[in-house]
Design a protein around this ligand. Structure first.
Ligand code: MRU
Length: 361
């Protein structure tokens, strides 16, 4: 997507380093971060310099090129792969990308590990970008239908967290239909949940939408239900970090509450995801999804910029009060209107998901 009119991807190879956008600095500064070792890549993922399911998957894919250079035995390569996989547990794209690299290298042979890893990493990134584009096309049909029922006013879409291009290689999942509708001249307006504790909505989604000139309004996380009660939301679109084969959706903490409010108010609740976010091994997402718990500091403190332009972190919780930081929750499939994937839209239901992916039994 474009930043100040110039096209960027969130992650790519630059010579022998992996170049990412440092998302910890947004929206105050747009800067790149070069990752020259597996350790540096693991640190960047853990500390969320790179974040979002597709983006950490692609970054881990590229980091495997560093692993291939660093490792002089299979044992070492597998150890480095394990290090990357252990960085963040919930988004399945990360483990998926690392496993795909291991499989490709196993097939090509250890001696061909570097060129194989480079080719595979590039394929993962290109496929991610293409999938998001296709999600945009399929989601556009849904937005177009809503617009046709409400001529003369914008389609109001609520989203949670950042499932935009920053969370992928390009375009994004939840934002892809929005960008497609905007480009097609359909008036849209996005309600952006701020998404405590790290404020990915307020900091990243709002910044992205502004770069693309998409009308939007940032709201605090608890506003969505009120807006839905007053017919100010036509649809919800969120992303996903892991979707079970039955269609249960793990996504940023707070998503479940939006889905409940949407159901109570008859608002369609869509989830956009590339197929790399499906975890076929999971049936019951609520019971089986590994939920990341992060440090208390993300809850007890808030980061922002002062009037003088200095980025500062302030404490918002009394000293001594403990805080809990569950990073994700799971929305049961029964609350999901549909899954928007690169293959098309389907019900959040095992048979429909299997059929869309050409899987029988
Ligand atoms: O913790 P993050 O920022 O890596 O969380 C992931 C997310 O941004 C959201 O849950 C998003 O909706 C899914 S990622 C496409």
């Amino acid at each position: 997507m474009r930043v100040a009119g110039e096209h960027h991807r969130t992650v790519r190879l630059a010579g022998n380093v992996v170049r990412v956008i440092d998302q910890r600095l947004l929206p105050w500064r747009f800067e790149f971060l070069d990752l020259a070792s597996v350790d540096a890549a693991a640190h960047a993922i853990r500390e969320m310099a790179v974040r979002g399911a597709g983006c950490i998957g692609a970054t881990a894919g590229f980091a495997m090129t560093l692993a291939a250079r660093e490792a002089d035995s299979w044992r070492e390569l597998e150890k480095l792969a394990g290090l990357l996989k252990a960085t963040r547990p919930t988004a399945v794209n990360l483990a998926w990308a690392v496993d795909r690299q291991i499989e490709a290298i196993r097939e090509a042979g250890f001696d061909r590990r570097v060129e194989t890893a480079v080719m595979t990493a590039q394929a993962i990134a290109d496929e991610d970008a293409a999938a998001c584009e296709a999600i945009g096309r399929h989601g556009l049909d849904i937005i177009r239908a809503i617009a046709a029922r409400n001529p003369g006013r914008p389609v109001n879409i609520l989203t949670h967290c950042n499932a935009g291009w920053l969370a992928f290689v390009d375009t994004g999942s939840a934002t892809a239909p929005v960008y497609a509708a905007h480009a097609a001249g359909i008036p849209v307006h996005v309600w952006v949940d701020e998404t405590r504790p790290r404020n990915q909505g307020a900091r990243l989604t709002a910044w992205e939408l502004a770069q693309e000139g998409v009308p939007h309004t940032v709201i605090v996380d608890n506003t969505g239900g009120h807006l839905m009660q007053h017919a100010l939301v036509d649809m919800v679109i969120t992303g996903a970090d892991r979707v079970s084969r039955a269609g249960d959706v793990a996504n940023k903490i707070g998503t479940y509450l939006k889905a409940l409010a949407a159901r109570d108010n008859g608002v369609p609740f869509y989830v956009a995801l590339p197929s790399s976010t499906l975890d076929w091994s999971l049936r019951d997402g609520v019971a089986e999804t590994p939920i990341e718990r992060r440090g208390e500091g993300e809850v007890t403190h808030l980061e922002g910029v002062t009037a003088g332009g200095r980025v500062e972190s302030v404490r918002v919780v009394p000293e001594g009060s403990p805080a809990a930081n569950y990073a994700f929750d799971v929305t049961p499939a029964r609350l999901v209107t549909g899954l928007i994937t690169e293959r098309g839209v389907c019900a959040a239901e095992e048979g429909a998901i299997r059929a869309l992916h050409g899987k029988t039994a």
